[in-house]
Design a protein around this ligand. Structure first.
Ligand SMILES: N[C@@H](CCC(=O)N[C@@H](CS)C(=O)NCC(=O)O)C(=O)O
Length: 216
């Protein structure tokens, strides 16, 4: 059985867990403390980020997007609805935008005290500008393009969830991105979020194994 090193609230680990869930892949889940990463994880992936997936054949995948690609190869229709080529292109560009720019500003907004000399409101504004570019593209379906989760949803919504958590009242009352708010709200109410956000104790070598997802 594959092994997943994961951290509950990490947006990259969240997207990987969603892809594993949607592809019906059961893994042994090893919850990690980012302040005290297990040696067994660092040995196979010295860059020290989660998620890390070890496959049955011993191969290691330590980039969330590559874990998602592996899940798509394993079960072709993990995203039940197919997108047109424009939507696929936009998906890839949007994921890059969030991984590179949104995450940068999100960290400086949400964890401003961890950085020297940052203006959290300016970083919040930079996030808002990115959310406004998404606002114009969101369909009237439950998720970004369709009524079921697609790649764009599982990759981006964990970041927007964190952005809201920094100041929920401000986020919920902000008027510039109503479709983004609805899109996030649908995700927050979804059963998949509940499934992937179960809390686990930090993994230690001789602990009994925890399996994820629990309902498969
Ligand atoms: N490009 C990586 C990024 C993963 C990443 O940065 N994860 C964070 C947690 S959200 C991490 O492990 N950081 C290492 C640390 O905080 O020490 C991916 O997509 O898997």
């Amino acid at each position: 059985m594959p092994i997943l090193y994961s951290f509950k609230r990490c947006p990259y680990a969240m997207r990987a867990r969603m892809a594993l869930y949607l592809s019906n892949t059961v893994v042994e889940l090893r919850e990690v403390s980012l302040r005290d990463k297990p040696q067994s994880m660092l040995e196979i992936s010295p860059k020290g980020t989660v998620p890390v997936l070890i496959l049955d054949d011993g191969n290691v995948i330590d980039e969330s997007i590559e874990i998602i690609e592996w899940c798509i190869k394993k079960k072709k229709n993990i995203f039940t609805e197919t997108l047109n080529s424009d939507q696929e292109l936009f998906t890839e560009d949007a994921i890059k935008l969030f991984d590179e720019k949104f995450k940068f500003h999100l960290d400086r907004y949400k964890y401003a005290t961890r950085y020297e000399d940052v203006d959290e409101i300016l970083h919040r504004e930079s996030c808002v500008e990115i959310l406004k570019t998404m606002e114009n593209k969101i369909s009237n379906k439950i998720f970004f393009y369709t009524d079921h989760l697609n790649k764009i949803d599982i990759c981006i919504l964990p970041f927007i969830r964190q952005f809201r958590i920094a100041n929920p009242e401000w986020f919920d009352n902000h008027i510039e991105f109503p479709k983004v708010q609805k899109w996030l709200d649908n995700f927050l109410k979804s059963s998949i979020l509940e499934e992937i956000m179960v809390s686990h104790e930090v993994w230690k070598k001789n602990n009994t194994a925890i399996f994820f997802p629990t309902n498969l």
